[in-house]
Ligand binder design. Structure first.
Ligand code: MRU
Length: 359
């Protein structure tokens, strides 16, 4: 059955009930849609660490709601009495995953709002709840804007290749790179989406294909190892990916395999587009060398779908992100505008413009 609303508007990775944070357990998709409820910041941190919720913007939003739960648990009486316990919860959230800067960005914003609330004598938990809801809503609006901007850059109807899952499930809604695909599809610009399966968590196979199939957007899954060969065939005009952190010089940390795609795209004449909200830009990190790359347990690679695939005794190296040098990025799409061939100067100018506009 086809639904009236696009999946990008119907599917949600998370919902704030007013009392708790409900998370769609992404480890079980597409076979089962089970919601779990987090009632404390430590539960939110565990859900982020264990990949119940994933995707840079989505974990930033989840952390913001985690801060609300921390305030509800601790913020009574003089702030000097409860702030240390509150801060300990925030540190737990911040440590849950190291690469996506959206997590830290959201918590910096929540701390600032708390400071302002305390100065103004407002109720801390209520002020933080409003801030978390704003972060959530702004992310959806940013995605819609990036969708339109990115679609306008495709230069006509074409096939695209994407990696990991950057859709409604990875964000507050709609998606970053997949948001561009959605907006482009609505404008009749998408011939076909090739989706990397994205080992080891299979975000492409389980999540991206699931989002696209439900929306009637033609999708072909490719093994990660097939991507360079696909690009060599010449039928894909754009590789479109999201990001977990973009350094001040434009280097892009994203799901492992992104760097290889950028190299292959450059070699075979496809465009390489990165789509990320300003909350993913990290002006405090000068270049990609300063980005912490998460390494996850070897077992996640040695097994597939809970079943061991490698022999006992084999080890594994399992970095789950890589860094693509800025020089391989043709277009960076943010909600504040599009940057061609991003570098330090162009990103600085974008941030200055966005800051001046209150972005
Ligand atoms: O390990 P994950 O699934 O959290 O990794 C997600 C990605 O790498 C995405 O490309 C990135 O977070 C951008 S999501 C809009």
């Amino acid at each position: 059955m086809r639904h009236e609303k696009p999946v990008g508007e119907r599917v949600r990775a998370l919902e704030w009930t007013g009392e708790a944070l409900r998370l769609l357990d992404q480890r079980l998709l597409p076979h089962e849609a089970r919601w779990v409820e987090a009632r404390g910041a430590a539960e939110v941190a565990a859900a982020i660490r264990d990949m119940v919720v994933r995707g840079a913007p989505a974990i930033g939003i989840a952390a913001a709601y985690g801060a609300v739960l921390a305030a509800r648990a601790h913020a009574t009486g003089p702030a000097g009495d409860w702030r240390p316990a509150f801060e300990a919860e925030l540190r737990g959230l911040e440590r849950a995953r190291p690469t996506a800067v959206n997590l830290r960005w959201a918590l910096v914003r929540m701390r600032r709002r708390l400071d302002a609330a305390l100065v103004a004598g407002e109720d801390p938990a209520a002020a933080l709840e409003a801030e978390a809801r704003a972060i959530h809503a702004e992310d959806v609006a940013a995605n819609r804007r990036m969708g339109a901007l990115g679609a306008a850059r495709l230069g006509g109807r074409c096939a695209v290749l994407t990696h990991c899952n950057t859709g409604a499930l990875a964000t507050g809604g709609w998606g970053t790179a997949l948001g561009v695909v959605r907006s482009a599809h609505a404008a009749g610009l998408i011939e076909r989406v090739y989706a990397d399966e994205t080992r080891p968590w299979l975000q492409g196979a389980r999540l991206t294909a699931w989002e696209l199939v439900q929306e009637g957007i033609p999708v072909s899954l490719v093994a990660d190892g097939a991507a360079a060969w696909l690009l060599r065939q010449g039928g894909v005009r754009w590789v479109i990916v999201g990001a977990d952190r973009i350094a001040a010089n434009g280097d892009v940390a994203n799901k492992i395999g992104t760097y290889g795609l950028a190299l292959a795209a450059r070699r075979h004449g496809a465009g390489f587009m990165v789509v990320a909200p300003l909350s993913t830009l990290d002006p405090d990190t000068p270049d990609g060398h300063g980005i912490a790359i998460e390494t996850r347990p070897a077992d996640e690679l040695l097994a597939c779908g809970g079943r061991r695939v490698a022999p006992e005794g084999a080890g594994a190296w399992n970095p789950v992100f890589d860094v693509t040098p800025a020089e391989l990025v043709d277009v960076l799409v943010t909600e504040a505008g599009v940057v061609e061939r991003p570098d330090r100067a162009r990103i600085g100018a974008l941030l200055a413009r966005a800051g001046a506009a209150g972005g």
